[in-house]
Design a protein around this ligand. Sequence first.
Ligand SMILES: Cc1cc2nc3c(=O)[nH]c(=O)nc-3n(C[C@H](O)[C@H](O)[C@H](O)COP(=O)(O)OP(=O)(O)OC[C@H]3O[C@@H](n4cnc5c(N)ncnc54)[C@H](O)[C@@H]3O)c2cc1C
Length: 457
Amino acid sequence: MTTTNPPSVAIIGAGITGLTAAFRLHQRGYAVRVFEQAPHPGGSIRTIREAGYLIEGGPNSLMLGALEAKQLIKDLGLEPSMQVANRLAKKRFICRDGKFLPVPMGPGSFFSTRLFSFRTKAAIFGELLNRRKERTEDLSLADLVSEHFTPELVDYALNPLIAGIYAGDPAQLSVRHAFPMLWDAERSHGSLLRGMMAAGKARRARGEGRASLVSFPDGLQAITDTLAARLPAGALQCGTVVQAVVPGSPHRLTWEQYGQTATGEFDRVIFAVPAAALAQLTVGPGHERPLAELDEIIQPPVSSLFLGYRREQVGHPLDGFGGLVPAIEHRSVLGMLFSTTLFPNRAPAGHVSLTVFVGGLRQPELARLPTEALLAQIARDLHDLVGVSTPPLFVRHSYWPRAIPQYTLGYGRFLAVIDRLEKSAAGLYVGGNVRDGISLQDCIKSGEKLAARVTEK
Ligand SMILES: Cc1cc2nc3c(=O)[nH]c(=O)nc-3n(C[C@H](O)[C@H](O)[C@H](O)COP(=O)(O)OP(=O)(O)OC[C@H]3O[C@@H](n4cnc5c(N)ncnc54)[C@H](O)[C@@H]3O)c2cc1C
């Protein structure tokens, strides 16, 4: 590589994946150009300051454990300002019989909790004795957990957990693709619990330590804003929709900005856009859409409602991370975060905020409701779960028509489509949450991997 003529890389999508890849490639001397269809970078990360509140419209916290993610935060100079979630955030609630009950954190509360029956508690101990199993066929997460524990644990632990992470349904998610660590745990240890403990030990041996939940005084957008600010002037082109890629040497991109169509040539192309956007892109001389099948990936809608109250309007002590609601409880909300407990300075003095999630695979139609109807829909849940009987003083509604891709059974066929595209022409790379995991940390790792793959060619 010569410094006078560095290889050029087009990066489509300025979410955390694309920006991480662009930042690393720029550091390594590549000429990067990032195309983003929205007027601003960040993708799903969307922090808003309004009326004294700090609102996360998309993701609310970064679970920071992997070395790559920690290094990125360090390299961006964000480590000194990083906020680790309040110690109280270790306490989480799950709804049972219409009330939030704390998830047991130690042996005492485990034996006394009303969340699980004696049979489930005994099954948790019994599971430690499971023998190794050579499974060849993928199965759903719900089937795996039911087989190892009890259906009650699926209903009252797994189902709400998956609602919280994926806005999804464990009966549809693939163990192999959505939770590969459980697949490996069963194969290596038989017991999922012993396998996970061993994986934790291995992570600590690698120096990863315990993961912590973090954010920043300006919210998660501090990460993507800083990444964008570290790119050379003019490298990030917002308000630009990439429409077509014609692979070749070089690859030719066509994009539209402010109604004008333009083209450019690049040595490499990184695709860091969601599944639906990949499906729309034409890749080939004859406007082929080789990724069209990715449109079949299930990506249900979610509404996130940020609600501000005077402290005395909320009866619950809000002494935790928040609460999740199992489907079997037949409620309207998937769960909620106690946002002002999690991180400091998220609301004006004397006020608190909740971030409530609605919809997902469980009730997609509710996510699509307009704000007023949605507030009416969740009023009973807010009353029963956190003792709210008066309307919020502040509301910010963020609607995600296609929130999170569901790694369902058979997801391998979508990954094969992506593999085929990469094999069809040298210098095309696909990453992001369609392929490498849905969490922010997974996406940072995905961006790092994309940059490493471009660099090693
Ligand atoms: C409501 C919600 C809550 C979440 N909560 C959490 C959480 O608390 N913690 C966590 O770890 N994860 C959370 N996630 C998941 C996480 O936020 C995402 O998986 C992650 O941000 C995806 O990053 P990305 O860069 O891969 O994609 P995106 O953020 O989707 O970025 C892709 C970018 O590509 C752009 N684009 C699309 N098509 C084109 C085109 N043709 N041309 C140019 N640009 C294009 C888009 O505008 C977008 O900006 C949440 C997600 C949602 C939706």
